[in-house]
Design a protein around this ligand. Sequence first.
Ligand code: RM4
Ligand code: MN
Ligand code: MN
Length: 427
Amino acid sequence: MKIEQYRIDQHNEGLLGKHNNQFIFLKEQLGEQGIDAHAIVKTLQAFQVAIPSWALGTGGTRFGRFSGAGEPGSLVEKIEDVGILHALNRSSGSISLHIPWDIPSDANAMIDLASSLDLKFDAVNSNTFQDQKNQELSYKYGSLSHVDPKVRKQAVEHNIEVIKYGKELGSKALSIWLSDGSCFPGQSNFVRSFRNTLESLQEIYAALPDDWKVFVEYKAYEPNFYSTVIQDWGSSLLFCNKLGPKADVLVDLGHHLPNANIEQIVATLMMENRLAGFHFNDSKYGDDDLTVGSIRPYMLFLIFVELVEGMKRAGKGSDGFAWMIDASHNVKDPLEDLMQSVEAILLSYAQALILDTKKLEKARQNNDVVLAQQLLQNAFRTDVRPLVREAMLHSGGSLDPIGLFRDLKIRENLISERGTVTVATGL
Ligand code: RM4
Ligand code: MN
Ligand code: MN
């Protein structure tokens, strides 16, 4: 199903009067503070966040999965779903594939389909956390860190195969999330596991094309509950430093222990120029993969404050990083949920962009703690939705993506195209 532009324009027409009033009001408010609303709108328009191929079906928990109707049953349908999202919000212009869940059998056809929807292929993800059918050796006790060199070799070869698929699609990065670790004290030797992993990663690194990067993701725990080889940003950075300049640290918001100061981690990684990008989601307890901004929007804003400062310092735009939504959900329509996530990201970005950083720096120099907090909270409490809507409108998207999705009965259409009993590949 493809959304025609006139449908979007028609829907916008009905909302335009109200939107214009709200935008003009905010523009004046910001103007009084010396902020150019149009410049912020442009910066927001340039922000693109990748959609993972595994987030288009209804997610599950280890207790069960309640598949939704009209889920994409093939890679073609997944690309089409991202096309729908991008047409509506013009901010999700790429798709990230997980191999082997989504092996592109005909790369050229996939590229053609994607470009007809104005989409690109983002980082490709390997999977050595599950055993696949017909796989010779098991990953039950690890993959890149395994005590048996034959298992490590198999896992390295898988990653190299993923690079091959990515090359065919025009991806520029391999994303590795390694679940290796141990469930009980004594089960594995920390140093040997680290060294085995490093050696394996070095082999993968050597297979990277010149213009590629490898993103090393960390996660505190799960599926291993005693130790994880790449457990935190420090371990990840250590691996990256040992690997070389093509390796950078990937931050997944849900992969920290409770109350970790993620914004400080981000600031440090950016200072060292080693932040690859983000997997956005939100969480209350662990790696909950909830909708971005649904639980801790202030934290997301504080992270964006650091991102904006870091980008400015490095002289980079948002296209210098890999942004992706890594969320899956049991109780929402995945497409509506992704639209909520994209909007939450843009809202936090907009709030960070209107922060008066000069005044903030001055307050810090004067140890004016109260003013520093006021400045942050003023930005956070400003209703920046008109800026995000204006950005979507200017890029040809909808002023109300979810409203239009419902008005056009997109899910109902997908159900009639695909049927009610469909299960997307993924977790
Ligand atoms: C992991 C991690 C990875 C994602 C898998 C599905 O927890 O976040 O990035 O690929 O889940
Ligand atoms: Mn992730
Ligand atoms: Mn995760």
